[in-house]
Design a protein around this ligand. Structure first.
Ligand code: NAD
Ligand code: ZN
Length: 255
């Protein structure tokens, strides 16, 4: 075993021990957990998201300026998600939930729905879901699956324009979902942070919240390809692919 492998194996064992000693577990996931399923993450080095400027496709202003472009972008995201499957990292979190339930909450920034597809049940989707539309007139929310909806989809109830039921930059998170996430972060004795760059707020604020809101502070485990903004807060660091590392942690726990 190389020095790097030995270091990683030690952290896997520490993570397994910390989890085994926990009773209330919260997990915060980001785009990285779906990367091994074939969904591109967000912070490409060129600052673009699938070739588009963020402000053009993921802000209310971008939608007002050019709703057709925004729908083209989201129809492509929907089509991509329709072709992919959950990976071993999603599946490991399903097994963790079975082990810790009811003391288990999965908080995700992802909009791809893969946690539920994998079988996770107590899932808080902070940023919405690609399968849902929201009417700009009557505000009705519907699940429309992942079929393409065209460049100008209309509300089936009132005929007004639809938008994706996604939380864009500059928008508020749905309060009932956010409040539950805050409760879970404050109550957990262990927070596992997987595949997020921890730069999108308020989601990233759940990490210090978990740590600061009680004595002793919650143990923070980070699982990511690289160090992030949150690494300074992490007690245990699993650096590598989530789809490889999380199943190894569970194996160590005997779960
Ligand atoms: P991000 O793209 O900013 O960061 C992804 C993180 O995942 C990075 O830190 C990267 O190092 C890590 N990563 C990549 N591959 C990994 C792997 N195999 N194992 C472990 N870690 C890995 O993602 P974010 O922090 O979630 O912020 C992006 C925003 O964009 C979110 O608000 C989200 O709603 C949205 N988004 C969602 C999806 C999705 O639903 N799958 C995809 C792209 C963007
Ligand atoms: Zn309507």
């Amino acid at each position: 075993m190389s020095v790097v492998d030995e270091e990683q194996e030690k952290e896997v064992a520490r993570a397994a021990a910390a989890l085994s000693g926990a009773t209330r577990v919260a997990v915060l996931t980001g785009a990285g957990i779906s990367a091994e399923s074939g969904i591109p993450t967000f912070r490409a080095s060129d600052g673009l998201w699938e070739g588009h400027r963020i402000e053009d496709v993921a802000t209310p202003r971008g939608y007002r300026r050019n709703p057709g472009l925004v729908w083209k972008f989201y129809n492509a995201r929907r089509a991509n998600v329709a072709t992919v499957k959950p990976n071993p990292a999603h599946e490991a979190l399903v097994r963790l939930e079975k082990h810790f339930a009811p003391g288990f909450t999965l908080i995700t920034q992802n909009v791809d729905g893969l946690h539920r597809t994998a079988g996770s049940r107590n899932v808080l989707e902070l940023h919405g879901n690609l399968a849902r539309t929201r009417c700009t007139g009557c505000q009705e929310i519907r699940n429309r699956g992942l079929e393409p909806l065209g460049d100008d989809p209309r509300c089936l109830t009132c005929g007004e324009a639809l938008r994706p039921d996604i939380v864009w930059f500059e928008e508020q998170l749905p309060p009932h979902v956010w409040d539950k996430a805050v409760d879970a972060a404050m109550a957990c004795d262990l927070l596992l942070v997987v595949g997020t760059s921890a730069v999108v707020f308020p989601a990233a604020g759940l990490i210090p919240l978990a740590q600061e809101s009680k004595t002793p502070p919650a143990t923070i485990i980070e699982c990511n390809l690289t160090q992030t903004n949150a690494s300074g807060l992490a007690d245990i660091g699993l650096y590598g692919r989530a789809g490889e590392l999380l199943p190894r942690v569970l194996k160590h726990m005997g779960v």
